[in-house]
Design a binder for this molecule. Sequence first.
Ligand code: FAD
Length: 466
Amino acid sequence: MIYGERVQRLNDEGASGAGRYVLYWMQRAQRATMNHALEFAVRKANELRLPLLAVFGITQRFPEANTRSYAFMLQGLQETERALHERGVQLVVRMQPPVEAVRDLGSEAALVVVDRSYLRVPRRWRARVARRLSCPLVQVESDVVVPVETASSKEEYAAYTIRPKIHEHLDAFLVPLEETALQRDSLGLPGEGVALGDLEALLERMRINRSADRVDTFRGGSSQADELLDDFIAHKLESYADRRNDPSLDYLSHMSPYLHFGQISPLEIALRIRGAEEIGPAKGNGEHPKDAYLEELIVRRELSMNFCAYNPEYDALTCLPDWARETLEAHAGDRREYVYDQRAFEAGRTHDPYWNAAQQEMVLTGKMHGYMRMYWGKKILEWTPSPEEAHRIALELNNRYELDGRDPNGFTGVAWCFGKHDRAWAERDVYGKVRYMSAGGLERKFDIDAYVQKIERLEASQTREG
Ligand code: FAD
């Protein structure tokens, strides 16, 4: 199934016979390959015998975005612009809110095609554009393996409830997407949009939030994502099931920032993992490494899309199931052994060296190890005066410093620390029946001091480099 359930009409306008081009409004899927929205737009342009134009509108005030995230996104767009050019598509990047950029260029389009996002602000953009265009606006879901409504028509309770629903559709959706050549030459609108040649100068000029500096640990762009994925498959996948949780090691794929900015398709990752040379089952828990990876990439990730698509309160504690809300409320007045405010958390100044290392890892590299994210969020709940305050701080820090922040996975991961998609456990202070995590657990399972030392070395080397 290549298009079908991925496609949705967002307005009732009829096709405009007078349009000069088909417009692809690139928003979430910021790539030139394995992009269902782009391929759909190419086919429509060919059917209508029109050229294809692409537009990307940059709002300088995207909630919680800052220098760190803009730099990564622009690095990716620079590459995508070149790759689209090679396919005969001009990408117009405008320093203008997307709604305005698309309304302007959409006024001469026969059809506008957009990818899909699950979060509030970009959904609102689509609704506004849909009202303002006088040609059809079609949305093509390009950043999940199984379309959200195909997997389930309601908010799912947990991974175990969505897993069989996703698996039922995998054979139909885990299929490669063929590229179609454009029949008409690029339109070539000279002088349109901002030049992406000198990103340093562009970033300097932009009026953006500067609360988190750029990092050079991860560079944005589809080719970087490809290289990291090759390296993961060649050297890490075999041990993923056994070693992915260990923060002192690095057995992760690092795909999340690239997935967040749509610089790589989850379908492409899944197909490459499935097609990787046969590797034996992991030694430890017997889980096959490919299955372990696809469970995270597809089931867990698409559970988070399901959550944000169906639950409008995905960024508030009201998103929790009743049992979690009730138990946290019942324990809201419990005495906390340690209490920190946001500044202490942000500076990594708690009594706990493991927590501080995790916070530093995020601040310095833009990506905290996945296992430490759980511990990090749980401890914010434990050391803050109220669950509401803890939830707010966790989300704010996550979204400011993680390169993959402001993503359905981030809203879901933070909510998970407070009981979302989980079950009730033995009752204790502060947490109530919400799952607890301890420093002792880290010490038992891993060489956690090696993790702390790794982060200390990183900090020292960054201080030396100035
Ligand atoms: P890998 O282990 O290599 O996984 C591959 C892919 O599978 C990931 O890129 C991701 O898309 C998916 N995946 C892995 N673990 C999870 C998970 N637990 N839930 C959903 N999908 C998963 N993820 C983000 O993308 N953005 C966030 O802002 C974010 N914040 C989080 C905050 C907290 C408190 C927690 C507990 C989790 C958060 N996660 C977030 C989920 C997860 O930790 C990251 O996706 C993962 O660490 C990304 O690193 P990776 O790509 O190297 O992971």
